[in-house]
Design a protein around this ligand. Structure first.
Ligand SMILES: [Ca+2]
Length: 167
């Protein structure tokens, strides 16, 4: 349950700088109660239990959660609608934050905290398509360039941004 993989599996659900981690086996026991030898458990890496560290058994199945600072905490993140300003027919799919802000005045905050990108036709998360992304960040937006792909083509994506709700 590393943060890297959890962020990919749950885009926008974990704050950028978590302050703490809490771990439980799926049956509700702490790692101390299960007796497993834990390889890593912190708010930077996440959680790792390796079978190779357990004498004569395998790791329990664990779930984790993280503590976050405001505005993430307390429902302070509000998502915009999805935007789809470009299609990948020329150089690629360009969904840059600056262009989207200019073309949709008042609809996106100045400094989004999160970005989510999905395919426009099937709503598949961008990280599942196998495309390589030139830009994919809440501060810059999203770009898929055809030249970066082995097959020289990108799927068409739409994006939305997570903003502090007070906006
Ligand atoms: Ca698009």
């Amino acid at each position: 349950e590393t943060l890297e993989k959890l962020r990919r599996a749950y885009p926008g659900k974990i704050c950028p700088n978590a302050t703490g981690i809490e771990v439980q086996s799926v049956s509700g026991y702490s790692p101390r109660q299960t007796g497993d030898v834990i390889y890593k458990s912190d708010s930077v890496t996440g959680f790792i239990c390796r079978n190779q560290d357990q004498p004569g058994k395998t790791c329990n199945d664990y779930r984790v959660r993280f503590s976050c600072h405001p505005p993430f905490c307390g429902g302070g993140v509000c998502w915009t609608e999805f935007f789809n300003r470009d299609d990948p027919s020329v150089t690629g799919d360009w969904e840059l934050l600056k262009l989207l802000q200019r073309e949709n005045p008042g609809k996106i905050c100045d400094h989004p905290l999160f970005i989510e990108a999905v395919t426009s036709d099937t709503n598949a998360p961008a990280y599942t398509t196998g495309d390589t992304f030139y830009r994919f960040s809440p501060s810059q937006g999203f770009v898929c360039r055809r030249r970066d792909q082995r097959r020289r083509f990108c799927r068409d994506y739409k994006v939305r941004f997570g903003c502090p709700c007070k906006y």
